[in-house]
Design a protein around this ligand. Structure first.
Ligand SMILES: Cc1cc2nc3c(=O)[nH]c(=O)nc-3n(C[C@H](O)[C@H](O)[C@H](O)COP(=O)(O)OP(=O)(O)OC[C@H]3O[C@@H](n4cnc5c(N)ncnc54)[C@H](O)[C@@H]3O)c2cc1C
Length: 411
């Protein structure tokens, strides 16, 4: 591995991508100081279980940790429980909220994002929660008791996962989505409708085309008024309307930002020796060149690897294709590659109503897939479908649509 001349690397954000990058830096032979600065009390951890197994008590919070305190010590990572307040990219220093100033040879932004706020009256009331951190999950868990009523604002992945977990716990759940369908930003309507049917059959009260207007305290509960004029009385409101990427710190330091911190295919920002990765980074797709931000576990993992190599002086380009999963009840949704509206869309209906959509370009190359089904039944086929995307396999629409075609034979 080529070696950077920097003797010190600062990582802003000790979450999934930051923690993993620190680990890789050591694995790739970096012997200098690694400053991992994070404003959460926990060691770096993986977030996906926060809306799933943690809420249903199938996993304790400390089972999510990516690096234990002992492992960080063994890797000689210097962990700072603080916020980075400002960065001087000329003098190459970072100012922390504990008053410390860290010098750096290279710096990585891996500071993710914060839950988007509703901007309506009553949002600050106790009982109105969001879900991003372990602390958030602990707060939510403390309020999900059988018979309690939870309102979920937002029919995206996190909202739907929380709705599923809350139903498993015996809570009454009302979910409101401002758009015309669930998971509207990325999932095609035909799959969103399957998810909707499952949630409805599990007893979730679903309302699309409806948004919250205000929240007021009422008899120890919360009165949530909606845009259709109705009011629903609940015990807890979970706001799951996406995140705002943490670009302000970078922007104030002169780093170019747009919908995220802008980086090139090597995760370099416009400032020498300053990189960004994970949820916060806006990068060119290795396949299409389209600028994108990915808020996924796989993106945090794969970009950490590339970031670590390039922080050490290599010039490795991003190559991983997007991949995402969401678990809701015993069902799973997966997306991989780049499903896009202009592509040929092939629907493959499988046993029990499971669906896999394939997206083909003009030369019948499979450039993306999106699937939904009972996890135990569809997981294997989704794995193969993802492999077809990874390998850039080609197939005709007829062959893919035919449920009798064994997907493995196309690999
Ligand atoms: C509830 C939940 C469920 C999810 N489920 C899935 C799933 O099923 N599948 C999937 O693919 N993905 C899932 N994800 C997404 C995945 O967890 C994220 O994409 C991933 O955590 C991003 O990693 P990151 O390091 O970029 O950001 P984060 O893990 O958010 O880490 C950023 C860290 O930086 C800290 N920070 C921010 N600003 C500063 C500052 N100025 N100074 C110091 N520290 C700072 C933050 O507090 C945070 O600890 C889920 C996410 C959540 C929240």
């Amino acid at each position: 591995m080529p070696h950077t001349n920097s003797s010190s690397i600062v990582i802003v954000g000790a979450g999934h991508c930051g923690g993993r990058t620190a680990q890789y830096l050591r694995e790739f032979g970096f012997a200098g100081a690694i400053h991992l600065v994070g404003d959460e009390a926990s060691p770096p951890y993986e977030r996906p279980a926060l809306s799933k197994e943690v809420l249903t008590a199938a996993k304790p919070l400390d089972a999510l940790d990516l690096l234990t305190a002992e492992r960080m010590e063994a890797l000689a990572l210097t962990r700072h429980c603080a916020s980075v307040l400002s960065i001087d990219t000329v003098g190459k220093t970072a100012l922390l909220s504990n008053g410390q100033t860290l010098g750096f040879g290279a710096l990585l932004f891996a500071n993710g994002g914060r839950p988007r706020r509703l901007g309506i009256p009553g949002e600050e009331l106790p009982g109105v929660l969001s879900l991003r951190t372990k602390d958030d999950a602990a707060r939510l868990l403390g309020r999900l008791r059988a018979g309690q009523h939870l309102a979920v604002i937002g029919g995206g992945f996190i909202g739907l996962e929380v709705a599923a977990s809350a139903r498993k716990l015996g809570c009454e759940v009302t979910l409101v989505e401002a758009g015309p369908q669930l998971m509207g930003r990325v999932v095609p309507a035909v799959l969103a409708d399957c998810a909707r049917a499952v949630h409805a059959s599990q007893g979730v009260q679903l309302h699309c085309h409806v948004s919250p207007v205000r929240i007021e305290p009422q008899d120890q509960r919360l009165a949530l008024t909606l845009s259709d004029g109705s009011t629903v009385l609940v015990d807890t409101v979970l706001v799951g309307i996406g995140i705002v990427p943490g670009v302000a710190l970078a922007e104030a330091a002169g780093v170019a930002v747009a919908r995220g911190i802008l980086v090139d295919a090597q995760l370099r920002t416009n400032i020498p020796d300053v990189y960004a990765a994970g949820d916060v980074a806006e990068f060119p797709s290795p396949d299409s060149g389209t600028l994108m931000r990915q808020e996924t576990w796989h993106n945090a993992e794969s970009q950490a690897r590339v970031a670590a190599q390039n922080l050490l002086g290599a010039q490795v380009a991003l190559s991983a294709k997007p991949w995402f999963w969401s678990d809701q009840y015993d069902y799973q949704l997966q997306l991989s590659g780049e499903p896009a509206p202009g592509l040929v869309q092939v629907v493959r209906a499988q046993e029990g109503g499971d669906l896999i959509l394939f997206y083909l370009n003009g030369s019948s190359k499979i450039v993306g897939i999106c699937g939904w089904g009972l996890t135990a039944r569809i997981a294997r086929d989704l794995k193969i479908a993802r492999a077809l995307v990874e390998r850039g396999a080609s197939a005709s629409a007829e062959v893919l649509a035919d449920p009798a075609t064994r997907l493995k034979s196309l690999l």
